[in-house]
Unconditional design. Sequence first.
Length: 252
Amino acid sequence: MTVVRAPVVLDVRPPVATITLQGAHGANTLDLRMQQALVDACGAVEDDARVRAVVLGARGRRFCDGLPGDVCWPPETWPDAIEAVWAMRKPVVAALSGDVTGWGLGLALACDLRVAGADVVFRVPVPSGGRFPGGGMTQRLPRLIGPARAARVLMLGGRLGVREAATWGLVDRVVSRARVRSSAAALARTVARQAPIALCYAKEAVRRALDMPLDDGIRLEHDLYLLLQTTADREEGVRAFLERRRPAFQNR
C-alpha cells in the first residue's frame, strides 16, 4: 500500500514501512508542509499492527536541508516531525544520501540506526545570527558520539564526512549511494524478524539508559523482562526453539 501526501510518500509492505521525503525540486526542507506530512506518516505507521520496522529516506540528491532559510526556529504552532520520528516505538532505520544539513542531522539522529551512502556529508551551520543547533542535536549528538566530539561539530560548524562519522559511531553502515535504499530496507527486514515486543522494550530501555542512575536502569531492564514473560510472543518463542522452527510472532 502506498500513500502519497506531498511532500511525503508512505509505502507499507509488511513487515516494513518506508517513509520517503519528496520535496519539490529535490529540496527536502523541514517547512510546515513537510513536517505535518511526516508527523501524519509516523502516526499511520504506529497505528499499523502489520509494521514492525520503518525506513526513513528521501528522494533527490539531498536527504534533508533542515529548516527553511527564513526560519531560525519553528513556531510553536508547527508540528514537530523530529519528535514524531523519535517517539515511534518501532525501530527506525535512516537511509541517508547526499547532504544532511542543519536540522536534517537532528532528523537523522531521531532514528535508531543509520545507513549512509559514501557521498554523505553532514553540514552544521556555525551558531550565529540568532540561529541555534536545535532539532534535538545538542542532546542526542553528545549521547551518540560523546560531548567532546559533539561540541566540535556543533560549536565550530562546517562539514563532517561520512567516514569520520562512521568511525565516531554516528553512522552504522556505509555503502555506495546506489545501495543506500536497498541496504536500509534489508537492515529493516532483519530487525523486523525479531520479536516485536522485545524490540520495543529494548528500544525503550536503551533510550532511557542515559537519563537515569545505573541502579534504576537495571531495575527498568528487569521490569521489562518480567513484562515480556507475560506475552504470547514469549510463549511462541519458547515453543519455536523447542520445535526447532522459526517463531511466528503476533505482537501480543
